[in-house]
Design a binder for this molecule. Structure first.
Ligand code: NDP
Length: 292
């Protein structure tokens, strides 16, 4: 049984990017610059911002964080996006979600210059993804595909069952898996909360991908012997037996599912670290296409 080491593969990508940055500097070219917009001071979001800054520094990128109070007016936020859109020294930016209720997510997403849309939330980039054209890919689905590929697991011709159809994970990942592309070419079934016979469908999967946001819901009963299981979920759940009083788990009940699989991603250390590395890949792509 193969435990897919997302941490090692994510590090491999970052080392490749650091090498590319070195080459850009040697040629006197601009290094990638990622900006991040955060509204409010949610602890998890602030931790993510710190992680962005740390990861950018590790590969030699510039990182800028723009933090706004939770009561920022929509117009002020849109004006800040105008500034980011126009600043030639910023290659791309992300907007940390969720936004406060008084701000329209749709308006904000459509205000982003799609050339700088590192989240790939803009309808233009979503459309390009749907058309199978070259685009920025949303970081978590991109990371998932890259993880499977770099772990040496063939996707082409496989039956992939995607459990979850959110706009940021399930839907784009299903599209990426089904693309007519050597890294993809899967036959994809998409499941969601209204799917009948979920267990039965999951048991047909050669590659089962789970992004449902329900801790350890996917048990061994959902998995075919010898399948590959990719767990995108991430949760902190109470655990009185652990020193910290909690533990991190995914949407898959790892211990029992692992016994049935040919390959599985752990949580933490599976898809999670890939999200950051693939965000950095998007920023390199933006930098090369517009500034170098
Ligand atoms: P959402 O809550 O936006 O979507 C969940 C999806 O799962 C929905 O499509 C929902 O169906 C479906 N679902 C919910 N319950 C069931 C069920 N019982 N049976 C079948 N389908 C179900 O979540 P996200 O996509 O944003 O995130 C999913 C998980 O991935 C979370 O644990 C999140 O923390 C994690 N995540 C991890 C990232 C990483 O970097 N590793 C990044 C982003 C997310 P319906 O559409 O019918 O409501």
């Amino acid at each position: 049984m193969q435990i897919i080491d997302g941490k090692a593969i994510a590090l491999e990508i970052k080392m490749e990017l650091a090498q590319e940055v070195k080459q850009l500097l040697e040629h006197g070219q601009a290094v990638p610059h990622l900006a991040a917009v955060i509204v409010g001071s949610d602890g998890a979001s602030l931790t993510y911002m710190e992680s962005i800054k740390r990861n950018c520094k590790e590969v030699g990128y510039i990182a800028s964080v723009y933090q706004f109070p939770a009561n920022v007016q929509e117009a002020e936020l849109l004006a800040a996006l105008d500034f980011l859109n126009q600043d030639d020294e910023i290659d791309g930016y992300i907007i940390q979600l969720p936004l406060p209720k008084h701000i329209s997510l749709e308006k904000v997403v459509e205000h982003v210059d799609y050339n700088k849309d590192m989240d790939c939330f803009h309808p233009f980039n979503t459309g390009k993804l749907m058309l199978g054209q070259d685009a920025f890919f949303p970081a978590t689905p991109y990371g998932t595909i890259e993880l499977i590929k770099r772990a040496g697991i063939e996707i082409a011709g496989k039956h992939c069952v995607m459990v979850g159809r959110s706009n940021i994970v399930g839907k784009p990942l299903a599209m990426l898996l089904a693309r007519n592309h050597p890294d993809a070419n899967a036959t994809v079934t998409v499941c969601h909360s209204k799917t009948a016979n979920l267990q039965e469908i999951c048991r047909q999967a050669d590659i089962l991908l789970v992004a449902i946001g329900k801790p350890e819901m996917i048990t061994a009963d959902y998995v075919k012997q010898g399948a590959t299981v990719i767990d995108i979920g991430i949760h902190r759940i109470e655990d009185p037996d652990s020193e910290k009083g909690y533990r991190i788990c995914g949407d898959v009940k790892y211990d029992e599912v692992a016994k049935k699989c040919a390959a599985i991603t752990p949580v933490p250390g599976g898809v999670g670290p890939m999200t950051m590395s693939c965000l950095l890949l998007n920023v390199m792509k933006a930098c090369k296409s517009t500034r170098n």
